[in-house]
Design a protein around this ligand. Sequence first.
Ligand code: FPP
Ligand code: MG
Length: 299
Amino acid sequence: MEELEEVKNKIVEFVKVCNHEKSLELLDKLATGKMLRSKLILKIAGINEESIKLCAVVEMIHAASLLHDDVIDEADTRRGQPSVNALYDNKTSIMFGDILYSRAFNELSQMDKKVAYHVSNAVTLLSIGEMLDVDLTNSFNTSYEKYFDMIYKKTASLIEASARSAAIIAGLDVDKYALYGKNLGLAFQMIDDILDITQDSATLGKPAMLDFVEGKVTIPYLLLHERVEDKAKLESLYKKELTQEESSWIKEQMIKTNALNDSVLQAKTIGNEAIQAVKDEENSQSLVMIMKAMIEREF
Ligand code: FPP
Ligand code: MG
């Protein structure tokens, strides 16, 4: 997609303002992801100077959050490539995250006031979401409410703000698009949590079945815990390096109890709610496609 190239060029342009060679070198080391947020913004607001800028700002904030997240999670890979903390060190990852984050905010301060308000607010939410995520790994969480509150803040808030901001720029019905963005974000994180169990590490670009080892009780595990016969066994495997046999047992139980299938169903229900919100909008067909592709993705 040519317009995504425009977004990437805008990010380079924004980083060049720093007049700092190492920042450009580090930017080059970041593996480009799916650019879901940009695709969403461009579908809602069309391709113009303001929407490309908004995409660049949101992608830079997202990249900054991942630079920090990989330090917090001690992750060596990001999108199948070595993470910046692995290639350089934690300090570099944090500092470069700060550079991207503050450059994005500097540009955001020159944009529409409402856009600046909602995007900056989303960054507070995602930072709180990350803290909730880390705190939830202290003990086996069995609360759906805590899980959904955490994934809303950690993942959906920035996607919601992206959709809302794109609708503001384009003069569309802001609330409908915000709801679409929120649910796209929730479903996105749920699918991510499902793929952690169903996919292998080569497909994921990171170790597979890592969430439970790291103490994350995601939606499939919440359902499994409620339904599995041998609860004590499941609990005993929490935050443990799993043997081949143990991960196979978990996967078998996930299938037997329908925990995996029902997690996908829940993500689809949330996705359908989003589609209902925008069904009478002019661009609804492409929003349906974004949702479908996101739910049916394999990594
Ligand atoms: C990935 O989660 C992490 C996030 C979506 C948000 C992280 C947010 C912060 C670190 C707050 C700091 C923000 C800024 C802008 C400085 P994950 O670990 O579940 O997903 P992963 O498997 O992709 O790592
Ligand atoms: Mg992480």
